[in-house]
Design a protein around this ligand. Sequence first.
Ligand SMILES: [Zn+2]
Length: 140
Amino acid sequence: MKLTDQQWRERLSDEQYRVTRLKGTEAPYTGTLLHHQASGTYVCCCCHQPLFLSSDKFDSGCGWPAFSASLPGQVKYLKDLSHGMVRIEILCSHCDAHLGHVFNDGPAPTGQRYCVNSVSMVFSEQQLASIIEQTQVSPE
Ligand SMILES: [Zn+2]
């Protein structure tokens, strides 16, 4: 999914645009999904592709929503050498939205900590299976 810079600006809030398209970071402990605990699916704020499940969410204490796993194939990985660190950036595999970073200090069994900006996701109470079903019949 490719949109022009102008189209993204029109679709997204200023903060969503800054984080997802300009690789920004929301301030820690400010995100609306940080302590969100309902059962459902977290989807990309730009293209609504499912990214994470509520069952993989955990409280990492780092100030951003954290997940121990992503949905297979839904997240892309990119080496990020900015700010004098070596980190692995995570992006939506469908629209390249910047989501956050993944670290190797998460809980067992995956050992992964996906550290994700709240603003880059939208929470859906629907379970993954019904979202996929709808996506397949949609004309997009
Ligand atoms: Zn996306």
